[in-house]
Structures are given as structure tokens and as C-alpha cells.
Ligand binder design. Structure first.
Ligand SMILES: C[S@@+](CC[C@H](N)C(=O)[O-])C[C@H]1O[C@@H](n2cnc3c(N)ncnc32)[C@H](O)[C@@H]1O
Length: 266
């Protein structure tokens, strides 16, 4: 056994965690367990904290694969040719930028984190995209848009952070035009050996350490694997989509099931 920053590392513990990783109880996981605020407030605070390093860490920790995942998701909207797109939980706007490949007239991105939006706005200014991508403060569970407004509603790595998943998905459904499509990208859990074990090891031991050192937030990259473990994926997520009204739902696993794309039609 070795000691590292006061934390004991033991292979026995690694094995126990790996064996039990997929049996964590379904409960609301929050970033800062010692704080009393609700999940939404904590999530906004966490993303405000990590926003200056978010893009760098995202691409580093996923080895750039996240960019390919968003591109694949956008392709699923190609034949729909949506003119007005809403990007929920837009963060620094990467999914909105990928969605420009669809040649829309306008993309509105909403997020509850002012820090993430500030980084996103800098990026839009630098890329001269402010006229087409409009980033706004907004809560996916209480969208300030009228019913049936958008041709498509997209979300990447956002739904897992909602305080109330059904409420967030219901409001996305409400603002989507009848016949419009939602495309959602989210982490899921690989189930086959050895990818499941490798992924669990990476997510439990490597990613939180790198995330902590670079972002200086001690909880954000522990919250990430914990929130993935308790989040419904695959058929379970499709059931929630169907429950709030989406039809023709489809799940497309990406990269051994590390992430999945979910599609639903109003
Ligand atoms: C992991 S980031 C994803 C950002 C971006 N979509 C991407 O692919 O890089 C998750 C984002 O969800 C936002 N978020 C969480 N709950 C939200 C809510 N209820 N409404 C709007 N945004 C929310 C967070 O503030 C954060 O910016």
C-alpha cells in the first residue's frame, strides 16, 4: 500500500470498486456533497468554477473523441434541414458550432452557468459567429420560449446534469415543433469485457486526478463518473424520452458504449 496526499491506495479497494461500480444506488448525485444547495445550484457553481479550463479538459480527457461524437450527432439532423435550432445546456457552445454544418438560420444556446456562457461568448466573438449563434442564460427545466418554436432541439452532455430529468425533457418537447427532432448525446456505460473494466478504472482513478489538478475543483471530476453511473442509459433513457411524449426513439451507442446518441421525434 502506498500513501499519496493522505489518501491510501490499495489494489483491493480498486477491485472492490470495479466489481460494484455498476450497482451504485440510483439517487441524485451532486457535485459538492458537503453543501446544502440543490443539484441545479451546485451544477451551475461547478461549471462556473471549471469554465476557464472546460474546453481544454474536455478534449484532453476524451482524447478529442468528444468532437467526433458531436459531429456524428449533428449528421442525424442532415435530412431535416432545421432552420431554427435550440442547443440546451450549451456550455461554451461546441455543439452549437458543430450544428452550423446544417446551415441553419439561427441557433440559440441556453445554459444556467454564466461562466460557461462567458467562455462561449468569447469563442463566438473570436470566430465571428455572434450573428448566428446566440448564447443566453436559461434553465432547460423552465424554458422562456413559446410552444412549438424550434425545428430541432439538441443537447450534448447536458441532460445528466438536470436536477429534474423529466421536467427538462418535457420542456424540450414543448418548445419543439410537431415533427421536429431532438438529438441528445450523453455518456453511457460500456457493458462488455474488457472495455467496461478499462473505462471504470479510467473514470474512477485517472480522470478525477487529472481533472482536479487542471481545473483546481476537487469535486467536478469525481461528480462526472458518479453522475454517469446513476444516470439511465440505453433503453432506460429511451423510456424517459417516450414518457414525456417523444416518438420514434432510437439509441446509437458510440465508441464501445462510452457515449450514446438518443433521437426522438415530436
Ligand atoms: C458538460 S457541460 C456540456 C456543455 C456542452 N453542451 C458541451 O457539449 O461541451 C454541461 C452543461 O449543462 C449545463 N446545465 C446543467 N443543468 C442545466 C439546466 N437545467 N439548464 C441549462 N443548462 C444546464 C451546465 O451549466 C453545463 O454548462
Amino acid at each position: 500500500m502506498t500513501e499519496n496526499n493522505g489518501q491510501h491506495f490499495s489494489w483491493a479497494r480498486v477491485i472492490v470498486v470495479l466489481l460494484h461500480f455498476n450497482s451504485l444506488p440510483i439517487m441524485s448525485v451532486v457535485p459538492y456533497k458537503d453543501k446544502n444547495e440543490g443539484k441545479k445550484q451546485q451544477v451551475a457553481e461547478m461549471f462556473n468554477n471549471i469554465s476557464p479550463k472546460y474546453d481544454f479538459l474536455n478534449h484532453l480527457l476524451s482524447l478529442g473523441i468528444d468532437i467526433q461524437w458531436r459531429k456524428k450527432a449533428v449528421k442525424l439532423l442532415k435530412k431535416d434541414q432545421p432552420k431554427l435550432i435550440l442547443d440546451i445546456a450549451t456550455g461554451t457552445g461546441d455543439f452549437a458550432i458543430e450544428a452550423l454544418a446544417l446551415k441553419p438560420e439561427k441557433i440559440i444556446g441556453v445554459d444556467i452557468s454564466e461562466g460557461m456562457l462567458a467562455e462561449g461568448k468569447k469563442k463566438m466573438k473570436k470566430k465571428k459567429l455572434e450573428h448566428i449563434i446566440d448564447l443566453q442564460l436559461g434553465d432547460s427545466e423552465k424554458l422562456l420560449f413559446e410552444d412549438n418554436k424550434f425545428d430541432a432541439v439538441i443537447v450534448s452532455f447536458g441532460v445528466r446534469n438536470f436536477e429534474n430529468l423529466e421536467k427538462g425533457l418535457s420542456d424540450m418537447y414543448r418548445v419543439l415543433k410537431p415533427g421536429g427532432k431532438t438529438v441528445i448525446v450523453e455518456f453511457s456505460k460500456p457493458r462488455a469485457f474488457p472495455m467496461k473494466q478499462l473505462y471504470n478504472f479510467y473514470f474512477t482513478y485517472i480522470l478525477p486526478q487529472i481533472g482536479k489538478v487542471v481545473s483546481k475543483d476537487t469535486s467536478a471530476y469525481t461528480y462526472l463518473p458518479e453522475s454517469v453511473q446513476v444516470f439511465p442509459d440505453g433503453k432506460d433513457f429511451l423510456s424517459v424520452l417516450e414518457k414525456v411524449g417523444f416518438k420514434q426513439t432510437v439509441c446509437k451507442p458510440l465508441t464501445f458504449g462510452i457515449s450514446s446518441i438518443y433521437v426522438g421525434v415530436k
